[in-house]
Every structure is written in structure tokens, then in C-alpha cells.
Design a protein around this ligand. Structure first.
Ligand SMILES: Cc1cc2nc3c(=O)[nH]c(=O)nc-3n(C[C@H](O)[C@H](O)[C@H](O)COP(=O)(O)OP(=O)(O)OC[C@H]3O[C@@H](n4cnc5c(N)ncnc54)[C@H](O)[C@@H]3O)c2cc1C
Length: 590
């Protein structure tokens, strides 16, 4: 077992202390500990559940939610839903959310990665630079002819073939509605066939591979099985401590008063097994690396006195370093679901589902596109000013510029604006088989926050996603939902379904679809950007080397640093960020 707590008492000093053994934390820990002279500790709150079918079998997707494998965090109350709080799933288990994810493997369009150099001032974060690291994480397996006949396709030049993460088309790939759904999508939106959604081109209709082992088992290739199981877990210089939560960073310059120009140096990390247990300390002689995810890495910084003084004061935490961007700039999406009964419940496979349509704004907005574009641009500066006034971003001027780049990416570069993921659910003892779609607006203009409300790490942070914070977010989500239903009434998909279940009665007007969207949406669980990698004058929290401004030896290596949302599932990009982080950290060892 990876929980080697006994090693801890012998020597609690490490070169690196990694907070969080999830997708990015295990990647960085594995790479750094390849050097046997470098001692690495990972502190992970969850347990090792890699043999639990809720983790190992991707077809059980969803069973981990709101269970012991989930933090059971929620959003703030939704005013128009009687104050309902929406679940914010996040894996509390070794491998983190990467151990309970849907395992879809896609990348964003290259033009979206190419925004990162503009925000960081560093060319190496563009597609060409970052994609090298994404490819380095990947071991792709080409599909068999049988899977090709079900739609599996790929561009061989756009994959890595020697990395740890196993990427393959699931042996049990569904037949049934998948190709008819893509065919109908192409008609409704005029979409091209995209042979490979990990190629840097996304707008189109596509069939995706998954992070699963090739062959019969269809087991998940999780951050743990990919990066730790096997040789790395036997390394004497790598300690993975499960069942313990990092609660605070200890600073070396142990002075209580705030001097705004002082650079703080982390001494190590306090951690506890549970709320009432003893507070223990692990020393970091080189660096503390935050990988607790985009909801809990900002929490740890705030608990350690780094953040917006107004937030820290309210929570009763003494300010050690004022840094206005901490916990702000959150970009989380909204998801709607439509459900039908299929005429045949023979799905010709066991999943996971793999057919996706990615329309752009012009395909969604039709002849309204240019008017909506103009109106969005006209109101962008005042919208950005509002965001700063509400404490949702650190800097209105920079945010206006970033929103302008995102709007240009959607309207001028016509990149994918929504994802329509076609779903199939087999019959159970109590429910008939269903088909349908999960769909979401990809590039939200809303900005939210994640902040502490107490000085105790075991009180989980408050999450304000600001759902539909900008009118375009609601408009695109509504159109994507309405038009996904149109796909289901288009041949050859229309002939394959009996009746609609959700919505029970198909809305007739746009307004009625909007009401359906607002009444039934959930979160997508792709939160990012709460410790954004941006220039300091933009309100960024980490620099282009992922170092927190004003701290000499604390880096963030997780989803928090991605400053703008991608038209993609996030894992491929986050593996790339973590691989690049490990290289940058090693370069600084000399
Ligand atoms: C339900 C769901 C489905 C998803 N589906 C897909 C998909 O199909 N394809 C895809 O590409 N992406 C998917 N994602 C997204 C992807 O899994 C995440 O973006 C990714 O795992 C984030 O990586 P991370 O390292 O930032 O955080 P995580 O992987 O969540 O890791 C954070 C780790 O830190 C630990 N931790 C937190 N706080 C502390 C603390 N204080 N002390 C110690 N440990 C702590 C947690 O237990 C966790 O193990 C999905 C995400 C979710 C939640």
C-alpha cells in the first residue's frame, strides 16, 4: 500500500512536499522522484481505492459522486431554484478527480493554447510548446478495424506513443445511436467530420478515445496506475501519505506583521488525519508544490495567509501576503441533459460513450451571430468593471482584454463553443434503457470565486460559480440544448427513439427552453483558473514558472493555474502542465 506513514516518523524532511495526490500531484511526484537523490512526499487526503470498481471501471461513471470518494462540495445556493445548491464533484481518493472522471481524452483547439503566451509573456506555453508535454504523457493505441467501423478514427501524427497514460478506444465501444447522432448533428449544424479531437482542431463531429487500458478489461488508466503503480511506488525516495490533509503552509520568516514587499519562504506543511487529530509537520527543504485541485489549492493558500486581505480578515486568518487574485477568476461551465427512450435497447457495446458534436457560435446563433457579437463587444468593458467591483476578478482592465481575446476566439476564429456528448444508459432492474445528450457551453464569460469562510481546513471552501453570469453564457447554453433536441428529431437519429423523457414535454419557444435550462442545469465539474498563471499586472497568482508571486518556493501545478477555459475535457492539458512543471522544477535544482 502506498500509505507509508511509518517512513514519516523516521525522517519528516523532504526536498519537495506535494499537496494533493491527484492527477497533477502524482504526475509531478513521479517525475521528480525519478532522481533517487531527491526525496518527495505526497500528502493526499483520500485513500487508495484503485481496485474499487467505482475507480477502476470507467463504465461505473457516476457511482462515485456524492459517495465517500467525493468531497461532496456544493455551489452557493441558486436564487432561481429555491436556493438549491448544486453538487461540485471532486475526487477524494488517490488520483483525485482523475480517478472518478469520465476518462474522455480530447484537447482544446490550438488557438486557445496560443492565448497563454499572451497572458504569461512566455511563448513556451503555446500549443507547440505545451503539446510536446501532452504528447509525452500519452501512450495511444490505434483502433482495430471493428472499432473503426463504429467510428473510431485518429490522426497518427497527433498522439504520443510512449507516455504513461494509456489512451485507447474502448473495446466495448457502443454502436447504436452514436454514428446516427453524429450524422444528424452534421445536418443540424453543418458540422465537418473531425477525425481526431486531440489534434488541435475541435469544431466538428467526432468519436473520441478514453483513458483506458487497451484490451478486454477496459480498466481506467488513472493518475495512480499510470504514474505510480509499478516501479515508482517501490522508490525509497517517494513517500505517498494517504488519509491525511494538508491544513497550512508554515513560513520560515516567522514575523507576524505584514510587510507588503517581503518575499515569504515556505518551511513545510502542517497536516492532520482528521479534524480532531494531532497537527503534524513535514519539512520542505526545496519547495512546496500545490496540487490539491482548483477548489482546494486556493483554500490552502488563504488558510496560510496568502490572498485578498478582505477575505482573510473575515475568516480570521492573519494576512502574511496580500495577493488579490487568489480564489478569483473561476471559470466553471453549466450542463444540461436531455433524455429519450430508444426503440432498441441493444446498444451494441458496453461503453463508455464516445460520440461528440462541437458546434461553434455561428452554428448555434445562426443569423443572429453578428448582432450578438456586436452587442457582446459593446458591453464588455462595463461587464469587466462589474466583475472587479463584485470581487470576482482582481483586475478589470486585464479581464476586459482577456474576455476580448476569448470572444475573438469564439466569433473570429470560430472555435468550438458547445459540447454535445451523446449518452446511452442500459436498462436496470428499476428503469428502462435511455439515450440522450449531456451538453454544455464551453467558454463561459462568467467569473466566480472559491474562498475560505473559516480558518479551519476541514470546513470546505465556499464556491460561487456565478452560473450564467454573462448573458451570452445563458444564450449559448439554451441554444445548444434546444438544438440538441432538434438533432434527436432529425433522421437517421429520429427513427431510433420512441419518446422524450427529459424534458417531458418539448418546449416550443426559445423562452420556454431557457426556463428548462435554468431549472435543470448542473455543474460540469471542470473548474479552473482560481490561481491563474498570468502576468502580475493582469491579476495573476502564479508566474510563467508556476511560482506564486511573492513566495520564493511555492508553485502551483494543478487545474487552478489554467487562466482561460478550453473547448476540451481537461485531463490531457493538465497532464501536459504537470509534465512541464516537473521539467521546470528540475531545471531550478542546479
Ligand atoms: C466528475 C468528473 C468527471 C470528469 N471527467 C473528465 C473526463 O472525462 N475527461 C477529462 O479529461 N477530464 C475529466 N474531468 C476533469 C479532470 O479529471 C480534472 O480536471 C483533473 O483531475 C484535475 O486535476 P487536479 O490535479 O487539478 O485535481 P485532482 O485530480 O482533483 O486532484 C486533487 C487531489 O488533491 C487532494 N486534496 C485536496 N485538498 C487536499 C488537502 N488539503 N490535503 C491533501 N490532499 C488534498 C484530493 O483528494 C485530490 O486527490 C472530470 C472531473 C470530474 C470531477
Amino acid at each position: 500500500t502506498p500509505a507509508r506513514a511509518s517512513n514519516m516518523s523516521a525522517n519528516n524532511s523532504f526536498d519537495y512536499v506535494v499537496v494533493g495526490g491527484g492527477l497533477t500531484g502524482l504526475t509531478v511526484a513521479s517525475r521528480l522522484s525519478e532522481n533517487p537523490t531527491i526525496r518527495v512526499l505526497v500528502i493526499e487526503d483520500g485513500q487508495d481505492n484503485h481496485n474499487d470498481p467505482r475507480v477502476s471501471d470507467v463504465r461505473t461513471y457516476g457511482q462515485a459522486f456524492e459517495s465517500d470518494l467525493d468531497y461532496n462540495m456544493t455551489s452557493t445556493p441558486i436564487p432561481w431554484r429555491n436556493g438549491t445548491k448544486l453538487p461540485m464533484a471532486a475526487g477524494k481518493t488517490l488520483g483525485g478527480s482523475g480517478s472518478i472522471s469520465g476518462a474522455s481524452w480530447t484537447k482544446g483547439p490550438r488557438t486557445q493554447y496560443d492565448l497563454l503566451p499572451l497572458l504569461t509573456g512566455d511563448e513556451s506555453w503555446g500549443w507547440d510548446g505545451l503539446n510536446q508535454y501532452m504528447l509525452g504523457a500519452e501512450h495511444f493505441y490505434a483502433p482495430s478495424n471493428e472499432l473503426k467501423s463504429k467510428g473510431a478514427d485518429y490522426d497518427g501524427h497527433k498522439h504520443g506513443f510512449s507516455g504513461p497514460v494509456q489512451v485507447s478506444f474502448a473495446q466495448g465501444m457502443f454502436g447504436s445511436i452514436q454514428q446516427p447522432a453524429l450524422n444528424a448533428s452534421q445536418q443540424v449544424w453543418g458540422l465537418e467530420h473531425v477525425s481526431d479531437a486531440a489534434s488541435g482542431k475541435v469544431n466538428g463531429a467526432t468519436t473520441i478515445p478514453n483513458m483506458v487500458q487497451p484490451g478486454e478489461s477496459q480498466n481506467r488508466s488513472s493518475p495512480y496506475t499510470a504514474y505510480i503503480l509499478g516501479e515508482p511506488e517501490k522508490r525509497g525516495n517517494l513517500v505517498i501519505l494517504t488519509g491525511h490533509r494538508a491544513v497550512e503552509i508554515r513560513w520560515r520568516n516567522n514575523c507576524t506583521s505584514l510587510e507588503s514587499d517581503r518575499i515569504l519562504t515556505a518551511d513545510g506543511v502542517y497536516y492532520q488525519a482528521d479534524r480532531h487529530s494531532e497537527r503534524l509537520f513535514a519539512k520542505a527543504t526545496r519547495e512546496v508544490l500545490l496540487a490539491a485541485g482548483s477548489m482546494q489549492s486556493p483554500q490552502l493558500l488563504e488558510l496560510s495567509g496568502v490572498g485578498d486581505p478582505a477575505i482573510l480578515d473575515k475568516a480570521g486568518v492573519p494576512v502574511r501576503k496580500a495577493l488579490m487574485g487568489v480564489g478569483k477568476n473561476l471559470q466553471e461551465q453549466t450542463k444540461n441533459t436531455i433524455i429519450y427512450t430508444p426503440k432498441s435497447d441493444d446498444f451494441e457495446g458496453s461503453g463508455p460513450p464516445s460520440a461528440i458534436a462541437f458546434p461553434n457560435v455561428h452554428q448555434l446563433l445562426g443569423n443572429k451571430s453578428s448582432a450578438v457579437h456586436k452587442e457582446t463587444l459593446a458591453n464588455l468593458a462595463s461587464y469587466a468593471a462589474d466583475l472587479e467591483a463584485q470581487g470576482l476578478v482582481a483586475n478589470a482592465t486585464a479581464t476586459h482584454e482577456i474576455l476580448r481575446l476569448q470572444v475573438a476566439n469564439l466569433f473570429d476564429q470560430s472555435e468550438a463553443a458547445a459540447e454535445i456528448f451523446f449518452t446511452l444508459a442500459a436498462a436496470t432492474d428499476s428503469a428502462p434503457a435511455t439515450v440522450g445528450a449531456d451538453l454544455w457551453n464551453l467558454i463561459v464569460l462568467a467569473r466566480g470565486t472559491i474562498h475560505i469562510t473559516s480558518n479551519n481546513s476541514f470546513d470546505l471552501p465556499e464556491i460561487e460559480p456565478s452560473y450564467f453570469g454573462h448573458p451570452l453564457d445563458l444564450q449559448l447554453q439554451t441554444l445548444a440544448t434546444q438544438q440538441a433536441a432538434q438533432v434527436y428529431s432529425t433522421s437517421p437519429l429520429a427513427e431510433m427513439v420512441d419518446k422524450n423523457i427529459l424534458p417531458a414535454t418539448l418546449p416550443v419557444t426559445y423562452e420556454a427552453w431557457e426556463t428548462f435550462v435554468k431549472d435543470t442545469f448542473t455543474s460540469v465539474w471542470h473548474p479552473i483558473a482560481t490561481l491563474s498563471m498570468m502576468k502580475e499586472e493582469f491579476g495573476g497568482v502564479v508566474d510563467n514558472k508556476l511560482k506564486v508571486y511573492g513566495l520564493s518556493n511555492v508553485r502551483v501545478v494543478d487545474a487552478s493555474v489554467l487562466p482561460v477555459q478550453l473547448s476540451a475535457h481537461l485531463s490531457s492539458s493538465l497532464y501536459g502542465i504537470a509534465e512541464k512543471a516537473a521539467v521546470m522544477i528540475r531545471e531550478d535544482q542546479i
